[in-house]
Ligand binder design. Structure first.
Ligand SMILES: NC(=O)c1ccc[n+]([C@@H]2O[C@H](COP(=O)([O-])OP(=O)(O)OC[C@H]3O[C@@H](n4cnc5c(N)ncnc54)[C@H](OP(=O)(O)O)[C@@H]3O)[C@@H](O)[C@H]2O)c1
Length: 332
């Protein structure tokens, strides 16, 4: 490492340690200059197929738009098909890429995911799968299958969908990307506490636990996928000014206000992981602002994230998703 590299890394680490400097728009503003980021437009992915969940709003909308701009066929996986079609028309008009289709799926409903996967299996292949759909809910709700909704839509649903399109993913060197949250740094991995009871439920905690579980799942899953040339990654977007953030954390949104990232700044690393040559390696890592990040900041959360607890997480996902042996085999 040269002295200059050392200085760059030192500045990046100082930003990371400050949290606010890293998560606000200061993060990408400094890092893009520090590390000379290539424009996303440099990474053409013509002929590839990208599936983006939660593509009607915020980070998912920007991600789908940018992937279309880079030449990818884009499939918008959305729970409101009319809204999805309107978004698809907007993306086509904005990017000049008309290869944008809509598949309906509520990521919190396993039956809906199975129907969506039937449509996705008709695609010749899936090169990029972005698990972006997500929300923080102040009230505890159950999915149609009786799973607490935060867990259903952001952990169990994505786990099932990834397996169901496994055959499509393994046709090409493909990338699976989970959009997690920096909020997960506060929560340990405790599989038994993932689904919070009515007595203990707190939306912020439930969300942070699920986002922690996503990061652990990605790291647990990566070695299994290596021989299939499927790269799996988790990224967190910092704090971005999206409808989701404004609705779930209105006071926080007002206080941080002008320092929030734009949706494009929040989604930059998703698009980079999906499109840049060699991005996302080593597989199983967590990323922010195009750099690999530690999944832990606190020793109490690091202690909980053991091989045994990750094995329990895998079993939990298998059991809750009702996945069968044949379906599991698609990505083995
Ligand atoms: N914004 C931030 O600062 C921030 C920070 C950390 C992490 N994140 C993560 O980034 C992702 C995108 O969030 P955002 O800020 O862009 O929020 P957003 O503007 O509210 O967008 C969320 C998207 O997810 C979809 N969605 C939610 N639940 C769904 C379900 N059960 N099935 C299908 N689609 C569903 C929404 O669809 P509808 O339009 O139908 O509601 C919407 O398209 C989330 O995973 C979030 O946790 C965001």
């Amino acid at each position: 490492m040269t002295t200059l590299d050392g200085v760059r890394t030192g500045v990046d680490r100082a930003l990371e340690a400050s949290v606010a400097g890293s998560f606000t728009r200061i993060g990408p503003a400094v890092r893009s200059r520090l590390f000379g980021w290539e424009p996303l437009a440099a990474h053409r992915i013509d002929g590839k197929t990208s599936v983006v969940t939660g593509a009607t709003s915020g980070l998912g909308l920007v991600t789908a738009t940018e992937l279309a701009r880079l030449g990818s066929r884009v499939v918008l996986l959305v729970r409101d098909a009319d809204r999805g079609r309107a978004v698809g028309r907007e993306i086509a008009a904005k990017t000049g890429n008309a290869d944008v289709t809509v598949v309906e799926a509520d990521m919190g409903d396993l039956d809906s995911i199975r129907r969506a996967a039937d449509s996705l299996r008709r695609l010749p292949g899936v090169d990029v799968l972005v698990h972006n759909a997500g929300a923080m809910s102040g009230t505890r709700q159950l999915s149609p299958q009786g799973i607490e909704q935060t867990v259903a839509a952001q952990l169990v649903g994505p786990f099932l969908l990834t397996h169901l399109v496994g055959a499509q993913l393994r046709k090409a060197p493909s990338r699976v990307i989970f959009v997690t949250s920096g909020g997960m740094y506060t929560e340990p991995l405790h599989v038994d506490s993932l689904e919070m009871s009515p007595e203990t439920y707190d939306g912020v905690t439930a969300y942070a636990r699920v986002k922690r579980a996503q990061v652990s799942l990605v790291e647990r899953w990566a070695p299994q996928l290596a021989h299939l040339a499927v790269t799996i990654a988790a990224m967190h977007p910092g704090w971005a000014d999206t409808p989701g953030l404004r609705t779930s954390l209105p006071t926080f949104g007002r206080v941080i206000g002008p320092l929030l990232r734009t949706p494009a700044e929040g989604a930059d690393t998703i698009v980079w992981l999906a499109s840049a040559s060699g991005a996302g390696t080593p597989s199983g890592s967590l990323w922010l602002d195009r750099r690999r990040r530690s999944p832990h900041r606190l020793s109490r959360t690091r202690r909980s994230d053991t091989v045994a607890e990750r094995a329990r997480l895998w079993t939990f996902c298998c059991e809750r998703s009702g996945i069968t042996g044949d379906e599991l085999a698609a990505l083995s």
